[in-house]
Design a protein around this ligand. Sequence first.
Ligand SMILES: [Zn+2]
Length: 77
Amino acid sequence: MVRRDGMSRFEGSFLGDANRIAPDARLECKVCWHVYDPATGDPVWQVAPDTPFSALPEHWRCPNCDGDKDQFMVLHD
Ligand SMILES: [Zn+2]
C-alpha cells in the first residue's frame, strides 16, 4: 500500500480509502464528469457489471479522459 499522508485532502476524493466506498456507490470523474456505475461496469476496460469501484484493477483509469482513479469522487444521490 502506498501511503498518501503527504497529500492534501480533496473533498470527497477517496485517496486510497477504498473501504469507505459502498459496493454500489457510483463515482464521478472530476475532470470530465464521467460516471462509473458498478451496476454497469466498464465496457472500455472490460470490467464486468456489479464490480464495485474499490474492486477495479489497479491500473484502471477514466475511460473518457484517462484520468487517475484518485480523480473520482463518490456521487451522493
Ligand atoms: Zn475522466
